[in-house]
Design a binder for this molecule. Structure first.
Ligand code: G6P
Length: 369
């Protein structure tokens, strides 16, 4: 087993560090050599069908659901198709409005999650078009969907999903760009800029991972608190949700993510002196707004850690600590923000002496309802 962990103490840590490679593998062969276009012929989705899609329902559970939240922004931005993101165990028991122009997109690392498969099967039975994004080539989701996009994260052993999420994001960005390229909703120079930025991500994740020692110190301090709050707006909020999930599932510390602007409608009542607040501030258009929310929690003496762009020295005035991530398009920030949050959860779990790879009460793949 030690050998399988490749020198790392836990599978989770190994898988966190495998992310640059996993992203490279997921990108491999899917962007034209001159960086001008996405090639997803494997999807077997004709241009005519793409043009007919007028709504997408993304359906998933857990971390895959969180990837879907980023996918919604990616698809709506690049392809201008309205997207709903739903929890599979909810979606399967309601009566969603689906037409022959709706695409049901299930996201599942394992391709075996019971609720996600039930949603997929309901959609198939109703004669709807189903696509799957999955990490397991021979999985039920891969076999039963009409269109499949595989994430090449490699086997993920740790119960807490890490590299699977990151590669799901990549698959979703590629898919969104592919739709946009067929629909003509992204200008070709914009597309080239986006492709280049995506191709630079693996090296930038490498840089982010180098901050692990600093994150370990912060996690040790935070681990003595029984709560942690994750704040952000827009895509920063989508990643905050995943950060809070990671944190609670392996450290067993109560963690909640809140849209920063919604704080004063509830969570602010829980902010007390010294409590850790992790604030994500990479969405340039929302920067001032988030900073004013940070001031609200600082006024209650919270201890604020910001995740911000390298070079953002201004943020240091409003928070207690900063973790910097290398710059990319704000639209792609989730890919770089999640690794520090995974590491924060990992080291908090270690500090508490937990079984990181096998958190209590949780399973890697939930194949029963
Ligand atoms: C379980 C795992 C999570 C995962 C979720 C969905 O809860 O512990 O890590 O995100 O299932 O799994 P899937 O394989 O469908 O992505």
């Amino acid at each position: 087993v030690a050998a399988e962990k490749g020198g790392y103490e836990h599978f989770m840590l190994k898988e966190i560090h495998e992310q640059p490679k996993a992203v490279r593998d997921t990108l491999s062969g899917r962007i034209a050599e001159d960086g001008s276009a996405v090639t997803l012929g494997e999807l077997d989705l004709s241009e005519e069908v793409v043009r007919s899609i007028d709504r997408i329902h993304i359906v998933a559970c857990g971390t895959s659901y969180h990837a879907g939240l980023v996918g919604k922004v990616a698809i709506e931005t690049l392809a201008r198709i309205p997207v709903d993101v739903e929890i599979a165990s909810e979606y399967r028991y309601r009566n969603p409005i689906v037409t022959d122009r709706t695409l049901i997109l299930v996201i599942s690392q394992s391709g075996e999650t019971a609720d996600t498969l039930a949603a997929l099967r309901n959609a198939k039975m109703a004669g709807n078009r189903v696509m799957a994004i999955t990490n397991v080539v021979g999985s039920s989701a891969a076999r039963e969907a009409d269109h499949v996009l595989v994430t090449w994260a490699g086997p993920e052993i740790s119960v807490a999903s890490t590299k699977a999420y990151t590669t799901q994001l990549i698959a979703l960005y590629l898919f969104a760009a592919y739709l946009g390229q067929i629909k003509g909703t992204i200008a070709s120079d914009e597309r080239a800029k986006l492709m280049n930025a995506i191709l630079e991500l693996p090296l930038k994740i490498d840089e982010v991972l180098k901050t692990a020692p600093a994150i370990e110190t912060i996690a040790r301090d935070f681990s003595s608190w029984d709560d942690a709050f994750f704040l952000g707006r827009g895509l920063d909020f989508a990643v905050a949700l995943e950060g809070a999930l990671k944190y609670k599932e392996i450290s067993y510390i109560h963690a909640e993510a809140y849209p920063a602007g919604e704080l004063k409608h509830g969570t602010l009542a829980l902010i007390t002196e010294g409590v850790p607040v992790i604030a994500l501030v990479t969405q340039d258009e929302l920067y001032e707004k988030t900073v004013s929310n940070i001031k609200e929690v600082k006024a209650r003496d919270a201890h604020v850690l910001a995740l911000a762009w390298v070079g953002d020295e201004e943020i240091e005035k409003s928070v207690d600590r900063v973790l910097y991530v290398p710059h990319t398009l704000p639209f792609l920030a989730p890919v770089l923000l999640v690794a520090p949050l995974q590491l924060l959860a990992y080291y908090a779990s270690i500090a508490r002496g937990n079984d990181v790879d096998k958190p209590r009460n949780l399973a890697k793949s939930v194949t029963v309802e």
